[in-house]
Design a protein around this ligand. Structure first.
Ligand code: 6LW
Length: 540
């Protein structure tokens, strides 16, 4: 009996280690945060890692993710989640919240960022990164963008940011910017003492020195910045100094990371905007932004990638042996910590929307309720083409191959009323598939030009609407039942929501949208469920 029990226990432990072995990969896959996740900033507290990204005009803003292994990241909240915290009215989709920095010091989390073309730079504090976060503390005299914080050994806090122009604001070469430093008095909530420009970048024609982060590594002050602009020429550069106030000397390895020398066909481009973190075991890693390209386009915009960093003779070596961001590499030596993924099939069973749903700009009044398993969206006069909040609720698209589908009930006798789904990037780039008085209409807006692709008569009260993306191809469909979906329009091009001269910094989303096109309305659209589904072979 005892032997049988022992054998049974041995078998159990064999099975469990095999399962664990299977569950614990040796490698991880980049990006670690796919879809709209630019300008990452990371910090560690004990065994826990936290990360924040830019959110531009999306609300709630400043998404915060948590991880214990640097690979599995769970969305745990948003630092901007109360309507009065910031004003995004009339903010262009590329403006709003830019490039935050997340730091932890002495029991408090600090998050600093820029409300670009809004109130400028501000910081917030929290005891718990899940929130609540304090109201913004505005730093009125902090000019420029990409604010960052550094806590020195003596507990003093320093602000860093970037500023356009050269000395006295006069540019000596195109795209010249500087990175500057000043003490931040956290008790008074203001910058104090002298301000000093630390560098204009690592080369005599350095463009857009920005995204600065300062660290103290082995007794040296190490300044890590972005250069080249957040596109094809993006790069990470390093400067070092023995003293906080400089002089900061450009590292001989610079740029320590870039893909600009790999050519336009390289699948990951525009890497940069690094933030470093040291694990509890002493290893260094960096998060960076990058774009995954498909035939020259980036339909998922800027995403977050992870790199190993070694320190050799006090230089930072990104992914030693490769010098590039990799699609797959050995994972950090940290306990593998997957979390329970949320269902991407929202049945609208909870009264409040989950954290994955966003508004664009902050709703001034509530435009939806969730009632008896249905999301009831009130038509608003506002349209997505204007720079105010409209009745649009979207989630991030995170895959190159995905399908999104909903079941909607909506009827109207008015020409101006429409409701349906939307694949949105900016007021200048989107597709909408809407039901109106007489049928279903597919609209495309590309580089600011709006065009009706197709209108098909349809009078049933209920309709299934779907969008299926396959790399750069996208097909819209509708139907009375899911087995009877009809294609509307030809296969369309996803370049509409990819980065271009009008879709610059934010990222794409898919979701629901209803409008009464400028006129008041009491009508509503009822959504039974919304399903977002990654498709097979997403990572080709
Ligand atoms: C970010 C800055 C940048 O603040 O893009 O071009 C801005 N550079 O680093 C928005 O992500």
């Amino acid at each position: 009996m005892k032997i049988t029990k022992l054998l049974f226990l041995l078998l159990l432990s064999f099975i469990s280690t095999t399962i664990k072995g299977q569950d614990t990969p040796k490698e991880f896959i980049n990006p670690i945060l796919s879809g709209f996740h630019p300008d990452p900033s990371i910090c560690r507290v004990g065994d826990d890692y936290y990360m924040v990204n830019s959110s531009f005009t999306w609300y709630p803003g400043l998404p915060i993710h948590h991880s214990r292994d640097l690979v599995n990241w769970e969305l745990i909240g948003h630092a901007i989640d109360r309507p009065g915290m910031i004003n995004l009215r009339n903010a262009n989709d590329n403006n709003g919240i830019w490039a935050p920095t997340l730091r932890y010091y002495d029991g408090v989390f600090y998050l600093i960022t820029t409300l670009y073309k809004g109130g400028g730079n501000f910081y917030m504090t929290a005891k718990d990164p899940r929130g609540p976060w304090s109201d913004p503390i505005w730093l009125k005299d902090a000019t420029g963008i990409d604010s960052s914080l550094f806590f020195d050994d003596d507990g003093k806090c320093y602000y860093m940011g970037n500023e356009y122009g050269g000395n006295g604001g006069v540019k000596q070469w195109p795209a010249q910017t500087s990175v500057w430093l000043q003490e931040l008095d956290l008790k008074q909530g203001k910058l104090v003492g002298p301000r000093k420009k630390l560098t204009y970048g690592h080369a005599n024609n350095a463009a857009y020195a920005e995204g600065p982060h300062l660290y103290k590594i082995n007794g040296k002050y190490v300044l890590v910045m972005a250069e080249g602009g957040t596109d094809y020429y993006h790069a990470v550069t390093v400067h070092q100094s023995r003293s906080l106030w400089g002089p900061y000397v450009a590292d001989k390895v610079n740029p320590v990371l870039s893909h600009r020398h790999l050519g336009k066909d390289y699948p990951i481009q525009a890497v940069g905007h690094a933030d470093l973190v040291q694990t509890q075991n002493g290893d260094w890693y960096s998060v960076v932004l990058g774009k995954r390209m498909i035939d020259g386009y980036s339909p998922l915009a800027r995403e977050t990638f992870l790199c190993k960093v070694n320190i050799e003779n006090s230089s930072l070596i990104f992914n030693p042996g490769y010098g590039a961001v990799l699609s797959r590499q050995e994972r950090p030596v940290l306990p593998w910590s997957p979390f329970k993924q949320k269902s991407m099939h929202d049945e609208f069973e909870n009264e409040t929307l989950s954290d994955d749903w966003y508004f664009v700009r902050i709703p001034e009044k509530r435009n939806y309720v969730i009632d008896k398993g249905q999301l009831v969206l009130s038509l608003q006069p506002e349209v997505v083409d204007s720079l105010v909040n409209s009745a649009m609720i979207i989630q991030k698209t995170k895959h190159h191959r995905f399908s999104a589908v909903t079941r909607m009930k909506f009827q109207t006798k008015k020409e101006n009323e429409q409701a349906g789904i939307i694949l949105y990037r900016t007021a200048n780039g989107y597709y909408s598939l809407l039901k109106d008085k007489s049928g279903i209409v597919l609209v495309k807006k590309h580089l600011g030009d709006k065009e009706i692709i197709r209108h098909i008569p349809y009078l049933e009260p209920e309709v299934y609407l779907s969008v299926t993306a396959d790399n750069l191809n996208v097909q819209f469909c509708f139907g009375k039942t899911l087995d009877n979906m009809v294609e509307i329009g030809e296969v369309q091009n996803l370049n509409v929501i990819a980065d271009n001269k009008l879709n610059r910094f934010n990222g794409p989303g898919v979701g629901i949208y209803a409008t009464s096109n400028g006129k008041p309305s009491k009508n509503v659209a009822l959504y039974d469920w919304f399903k977002y589904l990654p498709l097979e072979n997403d990572r080709l």
